[in-house]
Design a binder for this molecule. Sequence first.
Ligand code: C5P
Length: 240
Amino acid sequence: MTREEARTKIIFALDVNGLAEIDRYAGILAGKVGMFKVGKELFTCCGPEAVKTVQRHGGQVFLDLKYHDIPNTVAKAMLEAARLGVQLTNLHALGGAEMMETAATAVRKEFGDERPRLLAVTILTSSTAETLRGVGIEHPLQDMVVRLAKLAQEAGMDGVVASPLEIELIRAACGPDFLIVTPGVRPTFAAADDQKRIMTPAEAVGAGADYLVIGRPIAKASDPAAAADLIADEILGGRL
Ligand code: C5P
């Protein structure tokens, strides 16, 4: 793996709430990270302009809106995401096979190989066995994660978002071509912040992650571009 290939694995979480901040980070980091994650807070505040601001700097976008609705609505929302020209977008696998299949079919039909890659969230990492029991799911959490990842794959999704601790299970269940995007990654130079079950970039890539979502270790660094370089080096170091 080259340093440039290592960089493409880094998705910077744009956890900011204004266009000026997006513009600043995209200006500094476009060439340094592979993608920028635009989530619900930023999209609710700034709309498609958030995506376009990143794109004006040449940055690629993971639109993290985690759709969960009736199949027709989710398919149409994902088509709009594809029309915005984002590279990754996602939905909740708990919406079911028909919801995922309708969206995957619609996006593949209109965009073919040029489509954004479609990801499913299995079980949110903030959920515990107790959370699941509260909504009537009695199965063990890890069984649910693997079951939903397989359901997503069968429905035509390209991959999942998963905690570092789930990477190996999902890789074993879904094979080498299924994308795994993981947050909860902390480079050796950074604080854990509120992340509890963390892996280093080298560990996560070694376990089988394709992309790492990393926010504060880059955003809070005195030199965010240098922090991104260090993370790329850590990914490479783990592969030497
Ligand atoms: O700053 P930090 O690196 O912790 O940011 C991680 C990003 O990934 C945040 O945008 C957070 O919302 C997101 N995320 C996460 N854990 C999950 C799912 C998403 O940290 N299970």
